[in-house]
Design a protein around this ligand. Structure first.
Ligand code: NI
Length: 270
């Protein structure tokens, strides 16, 4: 069995292959003298038995991550949960799944066609979190999914891989707060997701987050190769609870907006 460091390394390499901006931002922070710690790593899937949250969590649970709170994102039709490791220096793992039965009959049929292509035993692979896309689809199928759910379309186009890594801003030493980091990123030409404001969450909610807009990369559909948004890089600053402990959970209303970092046609800031 591979080790925890190999697992995180495999995830990072797979993620930066489709998200070159994450590698560039990481290098800029390291060049400033920072050691980058990750707050969490986020993965997506379809809520279909065998490849659902439980299946995707298995390789992490096998390596010491422990299941924590559940979340429900009504507007996006998602369920999610996070896992925490006994080693506080390791990132939390945040896994969400699309509630397929809440989608239209057309979308459900498209997802069924994708899932029908899974090789036997696919969901039990120890490398499931970076196994890639196990199905083919046409560009019109992608566009149909996109019209209803950006999340459904992203999953169809990219399959099993990290959606984003998240820098733990509280562990950076040369940035006093999240606005300072955001300003640094903007100065270096990175575009931040401003759906719901650049910073989601407040100190009162114990969690502030920002993220870049997703890179676009070429994706091979069975009838065409098209550039579509891939993954983004996220930044989180946590605050202490009255108990003195850092808040470790997530804020569904903020995550709803963060999910829009991979939207093809981002809504203007409201
Ligand atoms: Ni996140």
């Amino acid at each position: 069995m591979y080790q925890v460091a190999d697992l995180l390394d495999a995830l990072w390499r797979d993620y930066t292959a489709s998200t070159p901006q994450a590698d560039r931002i990481h290098a800029l922070l390291v060049a400033r003298g920072e050691t980058v710690h990750n707050d969490h790593v986020a993965l997506r899937t379809y809520g279909v038995p065998g490849i659902d949250i439980a299946a995707l969590a298995k390789p992490f649970e096998d390596h010491g991550w422990i299941a924590r709170e559940h979340y429900r994102f009504q507007e996006k039709h998602l369920r999610a949960r996070y896992w925490q490791h006994g080693d506080p220096n390791l990132p939390k793992i945040f896994i969400s799944e699309l509630i397929v039965e809440e989608m239209s009959p057309t979308t459900q049929a498209t997802i069924e066609r994708l899932v029908a292509q899974l090789p036997p035993g696919f969901g039990a692979r120890p490398d499931l979190p970076w196994a890639g896309r196990p199905w083919t689809l046409t560009h019109p199928e992608y566009q149909q999914l996109l019209a209803e759910s950006e999340y459904a379309a992203w999953m169809a186009a990219f399959g099993f891989r990290v959606n984003h890594f998240t820098v733990d801003v509280g562990k950076l030493v040369s940035f006093p707060d999240l606005p300072a980091l955001n300003a640094f990123l903007s100065e270096h030409g990175f575009v931040l997701n401003d759906a719901g404001g650049v910073i989601k969450g407040t100190p009162a909610e114990r969690l502030e987050q920002s993220s870049t807009r997703a890179d676009s990369i070429e994706v091979a559909f069975s009838d065409a190769t098209v550039k579509v948004p891939s993954c983004y890089y996220e930044f989180a600053r946590r605050y202490r609870l009255p108990s003195g402990e850092l808040f470790q959970g997530f804020i569904p209303a903020s995550a709803d907006k963060i999910f829009e970092s991979t939207d093809v046609n981002p809504k203007p800031r409201s």
